[in-house]
Design a protein around this ligand. Structure first.
Ligand SMILES: [Zn+2]
Length: 253
C-alpha cells in the first residue's frame, strides 16, 4: 500500500469512529478530519460531507503550501480563500476541501502531527459555550485526562471559521509551545468545538473521546456540588510518569 492509500484508509476509519452517532461528537456535516501523506500534501474531508459515512470520493488531496500563504494575508477576501481552496487540490476534479482545510494544513506541519480530527462534541461545547471554557482548557480533573489530552489545552477565543480562525489557532498554538515547550494534543475553540492532534489516528480518537468524557464529568461534578481539580504539582507528576508514558505508547500516541 502506498503512503497516501494507507493514510486514506486510516483517515476514513478515524472519520467513521468520530462520526458514530451515539458518541455525540458530530452530526450532519459537522467536523472534519485530515492526514499528512508525503511532504507538502495532505488528505482532508470535502466541504459538506458527513464523517460517519465519509467515502474516498469525499476526501481531497491538497498542497499545504497553496493554503498557508492565506494565514499571512489578513486582508484576503472570501473570493481569494475560495480560489486558494480550489487551487490547492492535486486533482482538479476532486471536491472542494472544507474551509477549515486551512487550519488542517498548518497543524499537519507541526512536529509529530500526522492526523487531525475536528468535532463539535455536545458535552465539550456545553462548556465552550459557557463561562467555564478557560478552566476546562487549562485545568485537569483525573489522570486519564492528562494521559490522553495532555497537561493543558489551547483555548482559542471565538473567531468566525475561515482564514481568521486558522490565524487565531496558529497564534494560540505558538503561545502554548513557547510557554510549555509542548505541541498540544487538544485545541478548544470557544463557542465552536475541539481539534485533536496526534501521530496516529488512535491518538486523535483517544484525545477526542477523553475530552468528551472529561466534559461530561465536569458537568456532573458541577451538579454534584462543585469541581475538585487536580493540583498543578499532581498534573506535572502524572504528565511525567513512566507508566503513563507506557500507556500512551500502547495507545499509539
Ligand atoms: Zn467546526
Amino acid at each position: 500500500m502506498s503512503t497516501s492509500s494507507k493514510a486514506l484508509t486510516d483517515l476514513l476509519a478515524l472519520s467513521h469512529e468520530l462520526g458514530r452517532e451515539e458518541r455525540r461528537l458530530a452530526i450532519l456535516g459537522e467536523g472534519n478530519t485530515s492526514a499528512r501523506t508525503e511532504a507538502g500534501t495532505f488528505l482532508v474531508k470535502a466541504s459538506g460531507s458527513n464523517l460517519a459515512t465519509l467515502a474516498a470520493a469525499s476526501v481531497s488531496e491538497c498542497r499545504a503550501d497553496a493554503l498557508l500563504g492565506l494565514l499571512d494575508q489578513s486582508d484576503a477576501t472570501d473570493e481569494a480563500v475560495e480560489a486558494a481552496l480550489l487551487a490547492s487540490r492535486i486533482d482538479p476534479k476532486a471536491r472542494k476541501p472544507s474551509v477549515e482545510a486551512m487550519f488542517h494544513a498548518w497543524l499537519l506541519g507541526l512536529p509529530g502531527v500526522n492526523f487531525v480530527g475536528h468535532t463539535h462534541p455536545t458535552a465539550v461545547n456545553a462548556l465552550l459555550c459557557s463561562e467555564r471554557a478557560r478552566d476546562f482548557a487549562t485545568r485537569r480533573l483525573f489522570p486519564d485526562e492528562i494521559v490522553c489530552c495532555g497537561p493543558t489545552s489551547v483555548l482559542v477565543p471565538y473567531t468566525d471559521p475561515g482564514a481568521a480562525l486558522a490565524r487565531a489557532i496558529r497564534e494560540g498554538v505558538e503561545r502554548h509551545r513557547e510557554v510549555t515547550g509542548l505541541v498540544p494534543r487538544l485545541i478548544l475553540l470557544e463557542s465552536h468545538g475541539l481539534i485533536a492532534l496526534g501521530a496516529t489516528p488512535q491518538a486523535v480518537l483517544a484525545a477526542t473521546l477523553m475530552a468528551a468524557k472529561a466534559a461530561e464529568i465536569t458537568l456532573g461534578a458541577c451538579a454534584a456540588g462543585g469541581l475538585r481539580y487536580l493540583s498543578e504539582p499532581e498534573v506535572r507528576r502524572i504528565a511525567g510518569r513512566t507508566d503513563e508514558h507506557n500507556r500512551q505508547k500502547m495507545l499509539g500516541m
